[in-house]
Design a protein around this ligand. Structure first.
Ligand code: NAP
Ligand code: GDD
Length: 326
């Protein structure tokens, strides 16, 4: 029997990699997307899967639209990846961020509870919930202390997932994923901002790169590895929560050094700090402990920082040199 998987946030970075992974496993993939402009699905196209996914227009803030699709599709698996996911914007649009990241999750869970209770649910939780970290290495048992409206919203989404699991017996799991990047990352996130700028500077298209806090440290992995952990969670007999991380942290400065030196450039000549990119409350460091995911899911990261940086910088260089291929 063909399994159907429903993915919200299909037009985003993780949505594209997850769609490809599930299609490779012979799933029928239905993607939920809010109708926006005309070029929403460039990531699916880049991975060569745009024509293999069925798109349904739905907004997480429109409960009826989600419910209609869940009731009709009766999917085996539902991956909720939709969010206003840029932390910086969450201070400018805190209510919008909260509606999608918090209440929107409840809309998904209600749709499943009321119309398709056998559906297994994955919630895209985040290391941003650890915020002002309460332990040097964060695991599933580390207390949360979010530092942004985005992190606060995601904490609601995380706990409502656990609540529906405990209240209604849904197979609902939450993946606490640390930062994961790729050539398909949005250009507002620091890694892609750096890879793109380094490539542009190399080609003489840009002189400087302005960033905020160069000392922030993140546990960066590759998105292609992380969507595999999502899938593995939903194959478990019992639902649970898992940290997904590499267990290694680097600074923004380290990322700059790696990206520019890959192109034979010294980042110190080009990178400057602009206070407009500092945040009202910063998450100084995140470092995950993926031991549970390794032991229970058999998952481990396959891509180190150097490989990730190389992949991102090379992709940006190639896109700039042959824009039609982007
Ligand atoms: P992304 O590229 O920003 O994708 C988010 C997706 O959500 C986009 O397709 C977006 O569509 C969609 N969306 C936004 N508002 C929506 C709404 N009201 N209704 C339906 N869809 C909506 O994020 P990502 O990096 O792939 O991350 C996927 C998920 O994992 C997010 O929930 C994120 O918060 C979470 N997460 C990400 C990371 C990471 O490092 N990447 C780490 C931990 C957790 P538009 O682009 O059209 O708005
Ligand atoms: N975006 C950005 N732009 N960040 C900068 C800049 C800049 O110019 N300069 C320094 N930074 C620092 C930020 O202050 C932050 O400490 C770090 O770089 C990473 O920023 P982002 O790449 O924007 O990611 P994030 O960690 O805030 O959030 C991402 O990871 C979360 C998981 O921990 C997003 O993908 C979230 O959706 C995700 O939940």
């Amino acid at each position: 029997m063909t399994r159907t998987a429903l993915i919200t946030g299909i037009s985003g970075q993780d949505g594209a990699y997850l769609a490809r992974l599930l299609l490779d496993k012979s799933y029928r993939v239905v993607g939920l997307a809010p109708r926006r402009g005309s070029d929403m699905f460039w990531r699916l196209r880049t991975l060569g899967v745009a024509d293999d996914v069925r798109i349904e227009y739905a907004d997480l803030n429109d409960a009826a639209s989600v419910q209609r699709i869940v009731a009709r599709e009766q999917p085996q698996e539902f991956y909720n990846l939709a969010a206003q996911s840029f932390v910086g914007t969450s201070w400018e649009q805190p209510v919008h961020t909260g509606l999608i990241g918090g209440i929107g999750v409840t809309h998904c869970l209600e749709a499943i509870r009321q119309t398709s209770p056998h559906t297994r649910f994955y919630q895209a939780s985040t290391s941003e919930m650890f915020g002002k970290i309460q332990a040097p290495k964060q695991s599933e048992t580390t207390p949360f202390y979010p530092r942004s409206p985005y992190g606060v919203a995601k904490l609601y989404g995380h706990w409502i997932t656990i609540n529906y699991r405990e209240s209604f017996g849904l197979h609902a799991s939450s993946g606490i994923l640390f930062n994961h990047e790729s050539p398909l990352r949005g250009v507002e996130f620091v890694t892609r901002k750096i890879s793109l700028a380094a490539a542009r500077i190399k080609l003489g298209l840009q002189d400087k790169l302005f960033l905020g806090n160069l000392d922030a440290r993140r546990d960066w992995g590759f998105a292609g590895d992380y969507v595999d952990a999502m899938w593995r969670m939903l194959q478990q007999e019992a639902p649970d929560d898992y940290v997904v991380a590499t267990g290694v942290a680097h600074s923004v400065r380290d990322f700059c050094e790696a990206a520019f030196s890959h192109l034979g450039l010294d980042y110190q000549r080009y990178v400057e700090v602009d206070p407009q990119f500092l945040r009202p409350a910063e998450v100084d460091v995140l470092l995950g402990d993926p031991a549970k995911a390794q032991a229970r899911l058999g998952w481990s990261p396959q891509t180190n920082l150097k490989t990730l940086v190389t992949m991102m910088v090379d992709a940006d260089l190639q896109r700039l040199q042959s824009p039609a291929a982007a």
